[in-house]
Ligand binder design. Structure first.
Ligand code: TYM
Length: 328
């Protein structure tokens, strides 16, 4: 029986944090046997914000190493770098010509990112969702495992694919979002009303996968909570709720079991337990990353194999698109 295909991507901008891991990468790893998997380091998306070229190249390889350290298995998945396959920007252009300004204008991430970086609001940042749609549609993906913040981009992807199929003839598979029930939106530790993000400035905002046990303990101890002292899943207590969700994913325990474990106990004990479970989950990843980062040749080889494996899929889709549109 043919497995369903999933495609997902992650930007090589800054260090990967617990939100990226719990919202996306952990799910990629955990469901690798269930699907045919294609994962991509989306470096072309990264240049929508200013990047130092030397650092960008370095971060691209580092992120590929990190994904392997997290458990992406080359026997089950293909991993490649977006800029290695020219069909991505080529298809994005054709999609651009089939997305209305009105629809693109509704993308909330563009608004957020423009506000955060008002001196570099470029056309690429505006068109970013068309490139993301191209990434997915080129591979005829059935599903796209992502965090909740990408939901709107996926709706746009589905809409442009349906419109294209209607206007030019059947071409694209319509992909389904795969968004986890818990962990789809990990919040900032210092600001639990906003999602954890790579670009936030506070030193206690995010836990990075390469943080040391001491750093993790310190950040969790400082995490914003409240003055109520009961440990219960209550969405209105955003800081506590965020820590409980993190704890729940990493322990796989039920809500009831967790509440029972911490009944009558205070924040001090709870926070130590959260820190401990994060440290133990990230320890093997950090160790594997250290091993892999000394093996640049091996990483390059894996990426080359990944590119070779997926290129024919991208080419077949793009050739069909060109023909349907009349571009030959
Ligand atoms: P990026 O690089 O910002 O994030 C990578 C993945 O991490 C998820 N994520 C989170 N999940 C839970 N809580 C958070 N605080 C959190 N922050 C980030 C994101 O939802 C994402 O799944 N546009 C994408 C990259 C992309 C892509 C694609 C994804 C480009 N092309 C095609 C899927 C398919 C992005 O900027 O992700």
């Amino acid at each position: 029986m043919n497995k369903k295909r999933v495609f997902s991507g992650i930007q090589p901008t800054g260090q990967i944090h617990l939100g990226n891991y719990l919202g996306a990468v952990k799910n990629w790893v955990d469901s690798q046997s269930e699907y045919e998997n294609i994962f991509c380091v989306v470096n072309s998306h990264a240049i929508t914000t200013a990047q130092n070229p030397v650092e960008l190249r370095e971060k691209t390889y580092q992120l590929a190493s990190m994904l392997l350290a997290c458990g992406i298995d080359m026997k089950k998945s293909s991993l490649f770098i977006q800029s290695e396959i020219d069909e991505h920007p080529s298809l994005a252009w054709i999609l651009d010509c089939n997305i209305s300004m009105g629809e693109m204008n509704r993308m909330t991430q563009f608004k957020d990112k423009s506000l955060k970086n008002p001196t570099n609001v470029n056309v690429g940042l505006f068109n970013y969702p068309a490139l993301m749609a191209a990434d997915i549609l080129l591979y005829q993906a059935d599903g796209v495992p992502v965090g909740e913040d990408q939901k709107q981009h996926l709706e746009l992807t589905r809409n442009v694919a349906m419109k294209f199929n209607r206007d030019f003839g059947e071409c694209f598979k319509i992909p389904e979002p795969i968004i986890p029930k818990v962990g789809a939106r990990v919040m900032g530790l210092d600001d639990p009303n906003n999602k954890m993000s790579k670009s936030a400035l506070g030193t206690n905002h995010a836990i990075f996968l390469l943080d040391t046990p001491e750093e993790i303990t310190k950040k969790i101890k400082k995490a914003t909570t409240d003055s109520l002292n009961s440990i219960v899943f209550d969405k209105n207590r955003a800081g506590l709720y965020n820590l409980l969700n993190i704890y729940q994913i990493l322990t796989n325990k039920s809500t009831e079991a967790i509440e029972k474990d911490f009944e009558g106990k205070g924040y001090g004990l709870f926070k130590s337990a959260v820190a401990e479970v994060i440290i133990e989950n990230l320890r093997p990843i950090r160790e594997k990353y250290q091993e892999l980062s000394a093996e640049k040749g091996y990483i390059e080889e894996i990426l080359k194999t990944g590119t070779q494996k997926v290129r024919p899929i991208a080419k077949a889709t793009y050739d069909k698109v060109k023909e349907l549109v009349g571009l030959i």
